[in-house]
Design a protein around this ligand. Structure first.
Ligand code: HDL
Ligand code: ZN
Length: 412
């Protein structure tokens, strides 16, 4: 009993104190100005809470969207925190952040809470949030197709080394028809019918942006019907441009599969849902392109076991995260336990997907608590065989799980 208790406490302490490399977020280097969201009204109008709020709102969608962010936050606070206890994960997260910042939520006084944030500037708050979350590095989601983000990269700026970049290429892969003219206008000689030097020019576009942002990997989000091989623009561009680019630059290709886009467009960013995807498409990619490195996360709970087994088959596949609708304590617990039992430490159990800087504090506090408990159980099972892990071994393992294994995979 004594050993087990001390081992569990040791694991909990190490999980708490090991800094994290957060491998997928929608946060921005402070140099991007207003694109980096932070503060209480941004927390309250996070699209997860907008979706939950509309379950109580009577007002028409357009009326909500016409309100100011503060007015939207007031409605969400009243519906999800005051009229009903804030039991959902996204609601609890807001309160975890406020509590970690030393604020008294018991008073339930939103104006007082708002006034606290008015005292911060974005630079100091960025450091505070990263410190409280114990996050050493954040990977952004960087799209050349974002009209607000692109000009910042084009005018260059001094990078904050805590924010690394990932090249996000959804429009290229899922909307080729409308994206080909954009690439052409930017000086890449591509044709919608893939004739001429199209694939070579797409590779030049990828290489230009990989260099410009120092992209750690290339990423796309795909719908559940993603198939490979397939006679689709998506599959052709992956085979003839993305993957040759990946081999040439030693760059991993990250697939996030299973989003059913805009099932309720009136919810805007909150309008996406989930669908069962085909793990076979991922296995086909890994088998056909053994010299490419693939990251993958899937959105459907029912895909998680198959994705784990696929990772057992292919060493060029690194799976990660409890993405979006899976980022809830009950699911993180079961998925992480299954991954440890099937893959050991050769996976990355979590990323935050933060859109608001403050969220780093709650997403990592909540996930560390769960991952720590699951890990402690597995080390207990290990110790029961007579193999008692040392503190140094546990520290090594947790560093791997919290981004170290992925950093080696990306560099390998
Ligand atoms: O495509 C993605 O990267 C998703 O994470 C979406 O951004 C989604 O809206 C989200 O924020 N999920 O947490
Ligand atoms: Zn995301």
């Amino acid at each position: 009993m004594h050993q087990s208790l001390s081992l569990r406490q040791q694991v909990a302490d190490i999980v708490q104190t090991t800094p994290v490399f957060d491998i997928h977020t929608h946060l921005y280097d402070p140099a991007f100005g207003g694109l980096l969201l932070w503060g209480l009204d941004e927390l309250l109008t996070y699209h997860y809470l907008v979706a939950e709020g509309f379950r109580y709102f009577d007002l028409p969608y357009e009326k909500f969207w016409a309100l100011s962010k503060t007015q939207q936050a007031d409605l969400i606070w009243d519906a999800l925190f005051i009229q009903h206890s804030p039991l959902s994960e996204a609601c609890r997260g807001v309160l975890t952040v406020l509590h970690a910042l030393g604020l008294d939520v018991q008073k339930r006084d939103l104006p007082v809470l708002r006034r606290h944030f008015a005292k911060w500037n974005v630079g100091d708050f960025t450091t505070k949030a990263l410190e409280l979350a114990n996050v050493r590095k954040v990977c952004m989601t960087n799209s050349p197709f974002d009209d607000l983000e692109r000009p910042v990269w084009e005018r260059r700026f001094v990078r904050d080394e805590r924010f690394t970049a990932a090249l996000r290429i959804d429009p290229l892969l899922v909307d080729w028809e409308n994206t080909a003219p954009k690439l052409h206008a930017w000086g890449y000689d591509v044709r919608a019918d893939f004739s001429g030097q199209t694939f070579g020019e797409v590779r030049r576009f990828l290489a230009d942006w990989t260099r410009r942002i120092d992209a750690q990997y290339c990423m796309v989000s795909l719908t559940p019907d993603f198939a490979f091989p397939a006679d689709t623009p998506t599959a052709r561009l992956i085979e003839h441009a993305i993957l040759p680019h990946g081999r040439e630059h030693g760059q991993a290709f990250a697939l996030m599969i299973g989003v059913q886009r805009n099932v309720n467009p009136q919810l805007r960013l909150a309008g996406d849902s989930v669908g069962l995807a085909d793990v076979g498409a991922v296995e086909n990619l890994c088998a056909q392109f053994p010299d490419n490195k693939f990251l993958c996360t899937m959105l459907a709970l029912e895909n998680q076991h198959g994705l784990c087994v696929a990772a057992r088959k292919f060493r060029n596949l690194h799976i990660f995260g409890c993405w979006w609708f899976l980022n809830n304590p009950s699911l993180i617990k079961d998925i992480t336990r299954m991954r440890l039992e099937l893959l050991g430490l050769s996976m990355t159990p979590q990323h935050s997907d933060c859109r608001v800087l403050d969220q780093l504090i709650y997403k990592w506090s909540h996930s560390r608590a769960i991952i720590g408990k699951v890990l402690a159980r597995k080390y207990d099972d290990l110790a029961a065989t007579g193999w008692v892990p040392t503190g140094a071994e546990i520290e090594r393992d947790v560093r791997d799980l919290f981004g170290g294994a992925l950093e080696r995979f990306l560099k390998g």
